[in-house]
Design a binder for this molecule. Structure first.
Ligand code: IMP
Length: 492
């Protein structure tokens, strides 16, 4: 294909994030000239291998390790300059030239110490409705943007404006913080992500001069990378292939997800396209990534097909780590009759621990109602990932309907009654938390599939399962991933 004929592509996750998007982005990046991010912030995380070592990056797009590719952090991103500078240090030490290839949107939103503080104060003090955020200041930074008191990356370049804007931004927050326990605030302000006390002030909690000084220093360092990336990308359309890299997952979208247990950006295709300054017709191929036949979720919120149900949610949400799990549940396997233990065996097999927080990801069976919902946002073409993880599992379950088990509730013109069968997902968490999965059962496949590269060589049981997912969710699974390596792909 000639460069001009290579389509502009976007890769978005269709579940709650962590579907293995990084590898797919890496594969498509080969054909692209420009790789751009448009949503989220340091709440995302992908592992990048440089030589023998692995690093977890939160902000810099994965395309940076490919020579000559231009990488963009777009206007829709909430950018924490501390995290970015750390990642640039890693690149510099590894000898990866980024100065001419990394562009930062001048209108990307700035994450400030007060955002990290508020994120942590509100999630740790929430009595109910705790979201289980990543603590990276994402919600408060987006909230400031929509409240019209946010700062942008360009503000780092204007010393005379920065302090004034910071003062304005902090005004209401100081009032709010007076309601909080000062000891809790102090402890949070000593976190390394908040400069280990560098921004703490005994009287005001947040020391505006210390913040100004540190952020101006970030500005001096980042200045050569800051530009109008919206215009840059618009000018590239039709001339240079573009790859857009989504963050989080559609079910975490503030607009389409399991609200309020979501992140604060629109993780669907429209949010992504807008977050880099483009229009949806500029993108010819949209690929939704879905794990199958299991799926995962990190943090709080409804998950109807969760293996082990509430016990699993409780275990994962209360400080369990990979280490404690390995100590306490060393005997679990796919033979486990106990659902919680089976879910842990899936977590071990799929290495399902958060890249940003290290938390265990909750595991559950694939939910075709939620997948269908995501494809109404992103379109029907999907890439199924992690298909190799459940090899050897005797029975595979696929959720094809729910039984509503909650109190009678109005949903627009409809009324939902207890005991009713639902064939369509209602993402609102007050409804979803009362949905019990109805499964179709399928025999599993025995053999290792990681070496298979052709559709026709896949075990018939797995093909049957993939067909069922396609039919129930209304998707086309045109690409399959059967292992972590770039080569472990099947194109149908
Ligand atoms: P926040 O984005 O830090 O505000 O967190 C809101 C919710 O989104 C929490 O449940 C997080 O666990 C979840 N979340 C945020 N980023 C990711 C991600 O990259 N993968 C999976 N879950 C995420």
């Amino acid at each position: 294909m000639k460069r001009k004929e290579i389509p502009n592509r976007a890769v978005v996750s269709t579940q709650w994030g962590d579907e293995g998007k990084g590898k797919i982005v890496d594969v498509f990046a080969e054909e692209a000239d420009i790789i751009a991010r448009g949503t989220g912030g340091a709440n995302a995380g992908h592992t990048i291998r440089i030589g023998e070592r692995e690093f977890i990056f939160h902000l810099v797009p994965a395309g940076i390790i490919r020579p000559k590719k231009v990488n963009i952090i777009g206007n829709g991103v909430v950018l924490d300059p501390r995290v970015l500078c750390e990642e640039l240090d890693i690149l510099r030490h590894a000898g990866i030239e980024y100065e001419s290839r990394l562009l930062l949107a001048l209108n990307a939103k700035l994450v400030l110490p007060q955002h990290l503080l508020l994120d942590r104060v509100s999630d740790s003090s929430a009595k109910s409705g705790k979201i289980g955020t990543t603590g990276r200041g994402i919600g408060p930074a987006y909230a400031d943007h929509y409240s019209r008191i946010g700062l942008t990356i360009n503000d780092l370049l204007n010393p005379h404006l920065l302090e004034e804007k910071l003062e304005r931004n902090l005004r209401e927050k100081r009032l709010l913080l007076r309601e909080c326990d000062p000891e809790v605030i102090k402890k949070i302000m000593w976190h390394s992500h908040l400069g280990s006390g560098q921004f703490y002030s005994e009287n005001d909690f947040l020391d505006v001069q210390a913040i100004t000084k540190a952020y101006l220093a970030y500005g001096r360092r980042l200045a050569p990378l800051i530009c109008d990336t919206d215009n840059y990308l618009r000018a590239a359309v039709g001339h240079r292939p573009i790859l857009l890299e989504g963050a989080q997952g559609t079910l975490l979208s503030v607009d389409y997800g399991t609200y309020p247990f979501v992140t604060s950006s629109d993780c669907g295709i429209e949010g992504l396209v807008k977050g880099v300054g483009l229009r949806t017709p500029d993108i010819q191929e949209v690929w939704g990534i879905a794990k199958a036949p299991y799926m995962t979720r990190v943090g709080e919120g409804p998950f109807p097909t969760e293996m082990g149900g509430e016990r699993s949610a409780h275990w994962c949400g209360n400080g369990a780590t990979c280490k404690t799990e390995r100590e306490q549940y060393s005997q679990v396997s796919f033979e486990s009759e106990n659902e919680l233990e089976f879910g842990i065996a899936v977590r071990f097999a799929g290495k399902e621990y958060g890249a940003t927080t290290g938390r265990p990801r909750r595991t559950g069976w694939v939910d075709t109602l939620l997948l269908k919902l995501a494809t109404t946002v992103n379109g029907p073409d999907v890439i199924l990932t992690k298909l190799d993880v459940l090899s050897g599992c005797k029975t595979i379950k696929i959720c094809t309907a729910y039984q509503y088990d909650g109190p009678q509730v109005r949903w627009g013109m409809d009324t939902l009654y207890k005991g009713e069968t639902l064939r369509k997902a209602i993402p609102n968490s007050e409804v979803l938390e009362h949905c019990k999965p109805i499964y179709e059962l399928f025999p599993g496949w025995k053999q290792d599939i990681t070496g298979i590269r052709r559709w026709r060589e896949l075990p018939p049981e797995l093909k049957h399962i993939i067909h069922a997912i396609e039919e129930k969710a209304g998707v086309n699974a045109r690409i399959l991933s059967v292992g972590p390596d770039r080569s472990q792909m099947i194109f149908r």
